[in-house]
Design a protein around this ligand. Structure first.
Ligand SMILES: Nc1ncnc2c1ncn2[C@@H]1O[C@H](COP(=O)(O)OP(=O)(O)O)[C@@H](O)[C@H]1O
Ligand SMILES: [Mg+2]
Length: 293
């Protein structure tokens, strides 16, 4: 895929679909599109999230706040049960905050929309009766974003990017877990969302495939420069994938710290500074004594 990535870079440079300023975007934001400075693209502002069952109320996150700028790779990192998935669902618009607000391009998020697409961990996110190409086309057609012919073209374009052109007419059951996740990523990117939301997308893959997928995701980001909000409970994955990391405390999730990780990639996992940062994060996540820092 790296080769395909290189050859596609030129054609993409001519059509930087993800960095096109939208209507209603503030002047300051437009002027700094893609640079990571200026008004944040996504604002999560003092957000508390709860589940209500007939018996009790479960608080999943407590007053969580962070900003994500255009073209950032922002990671939510925290132990299982700290509310990462719930936060992602709230950003997607499936759950409303009981306190605080989520804003995209300055507008409050109140419902799901094609500007926020989620890639989940599960391999069964693809309807099995549709071909790979039809799977990628489906949201484009269902949301009336494109007509059939254009949707097919765009589907093939993004399938090429994830190295699956040859499998366009295959069905999901003919693919490996990693390939299914590539289709899910192509399907999400084809919608050209403002933010790509990923909930532990590689957690169910074997270690080697997971590493490969991380590498491919970074190569894809280099090429497309989409804005990513990525959830993981793996410290190493957070450091490799993210440019910035929000650390969440155990249940209910609160903001623990923000870590700058843009200097790390797959090549730096063995380095002393990578290991030191991983240790520091481990301490912040699991050291009860630092609860109030
Ligand atoms: N549908 C639900 N009903 C009630 N409680 C839930 C539901 N989904 C998640 N929770 C609870 O909310 C908390 C956060 O869950 P979740 O966001 O899935 O955490 P994470 O993704 O970080 O593992 C957990 O304590 C979990 O048990
Ligand atoms: Mg989760």
């Amino acid at each position: 895929m790296t080769q395909a990535t290189t050859t596609l870079r030129r054609s993409l440079a001519q059509a930087p679909v993800h960095n096109t300023p939208r209507r209603g975007v503030s002047q300051a934001h437009t002027a700094t599109t893609g640079t990571g400075i200026g008004a944040p693209l996504l604002q999560v502002d003092g957000v508390s999230l709860e589940y209500r069952t007939p018996q009790h109320v479960v608080r999943a996150t407590h007053q969580v706040g962070f900003d994500v700028h255009e073209a950032e790779r922002f990671v939510l990192l925290g132990p299982s049960g700290c509310g990462k998935s719930t936060l992602l669902k709230a950003v997607a618009g499936f759950i409303a905050p009981v306190e605080g607000e989520i804003r995209l391009d300055g507008r409050r998020v109140t419902a799901p929309g094609p500007d926020r697409i989620v890639v989940f961990q599960e391999f069964d996110q693809l309807p099995p009766w549709k071909t790979v190409r039809e799977n990628v086309m489906f949201p484009l057609l269902a949301s009336r974003t494109l007509g059939r012919r254009q949707a097919a073209e765009r589907a093939l374009h993004y399938l090429d990017k994830v190295g699956l052109s040859r499998f366009a007419e295959a069905h999901p059951h003919q693919l490996s877990g990693g390939m299914k996740q590539r289709v899910a990523i192509a399907r999400a990117l084809a919608m050209q969302p403002r933010v790509l939301l990923m909930d532990e997308p590689f957690a169910a893959l074997d270690a080697l495939t997971r590493r490969k997928m991380q590498e491919e995701l970074l190569a894809l980001w280099e090429e497309v420069r989409f804005t990513l909000l990525f959830v993981t409970h793996s410290i190493e994955e957070a450091l490799v994938v993210g440019s910035r990391i929000a650390l969440l405390s155990p249940h209910p999730g609160r903001m623990r710290a923000e870590i700058n990780s843009h200097g790390f990639d797959l090549g730096s996992t063995g380095s002393a500074s990578f290991q030191a940062t991983a240790q520091r994060i481990h301490g912040l996540l699991f050291d009860e004594d630092e609860e109030h820092t």
